[in-house]
Write a protein that binds this ligand. Structure first.
Ligand SMILES: [Fe+2]
Ligand SMILES: [Fe+2]
Length: 267
């Protein structure tokens, strides 16, 4: 099974990169499913019904979520009613949507778990205990292909998740910080990276225009973050080969800057 994973796609610049490049990568890498974090797809905050359709047409099959999954007040219930769209599973059960999706992929079952950390995040259930019980349930159902999006702020939370799930899942992709890290590795068949990094504006502040965050840090007074449509754009993603036992056997990072040749790092 060949899987592609994109981290946080941030606003129109991110969507433009996906629309321009993803289909070609799907074809070249023979991807069976593409997963992406959706929490910033629409104007940097949440995902609208319209953008869900637009990104699905561009090649994304499954959407994970984060602390911004509910920001589009008029749209999130409809989006999350769709089986392709997940929100972190450790939100309370009576919150709209679901956090685990099971999909048929080339004759196998693929489970995708959307999960959120606890540091500087909305109050939610313990993600470590929650994911262990979900993985046990999936394993009992003979589902070996399991991909986790761990949407968390701190590197320590993410590294603990890596060690807890090592050998138990196919991949753990860190998201939320928007900054790609270079600690990608595969151990006992489990691929791990602390953060995939954003797809969108790479020369600003985590995909957003620098003015408001700079003012916030200089004065303590914040404001609504905006996306600068004129920026240096990046698309970054990982591509995995997962064998029939659910073990990752090959991984690659793909980085595309506008008007530059594609960079590929074999892992
Ligand atoms: Fe994000
Ligand atoms: Fe986030």
């Amino acid at each position: 099974m060949n899987i592609g994973f994109l981290g946080d796609i941030v606003g129109r610049p991110g969507r433009t990169m996906v629309k321009t490049h993803l289909r070609q990568i799907i074809q070249k890498e023979s991807l069976d499913k593409v997963i992406a974090n959706s929490e910033n797809i629409s104007h940097g905050f949440g995902m609208t019904v319209k953008n869900h359709k637009e990104m699905t047409k561009a090649g994304i099959d499954i959407y994970t979520g984060g602390n911004h999954s509910f920001d589009k007040k008029d749209d999130y219930e409809e989006v999350l009613a769709h089986p392709t769209a997940l929100r972190p599973t450790n939100y309370p059960d009576d919150v709209a949507g679901r956090g685990v999706g099971i999909y048929d992929v080339v004759g196998e079952k693929l489970a995708v778990i959307s999960l959120m950390g606890q540091f500087a995040m909305p109050i939610c259930d313990n993600p470590f205990r929650k994911v262990l019980s979900i993985v046990d349930e999936l394993t009992a159902q003979n589902i070996a292909h399991i991909v986790v999006d761990f949407h968390a702020e701190t590197t320590a939370e993410k590294r603990v998740m890596a060690k807890l799930l090592e050998g138990k899942v196919s991949a753990i992709f860190g998201t939320h910080t928007h900054i790609g890290t270079d600690d990608y590795d595969t151990t006992r068949g489990t691929f791990y990276v602390t953060d995939v990094g954003l797809t969108g504006c790479v020369d600003n502040i985590i995909g957003m225009d620098e003015k408001i965050p700079t003012k916030k840090f200089l004065t303590g007074i914040g404001g609504h973050f905006k996306i600068n449509n004129s920026c240096k754009k990046i698309m970054q993603m990982f591509v995995l080969d997962i064998d029939s036992n659910g073990k990752t056997t090959k991984a690659k990072k793909i980085k595309i800057y506008e008007n530059k040749p594609m960079e590929q790092i074999a892992i």
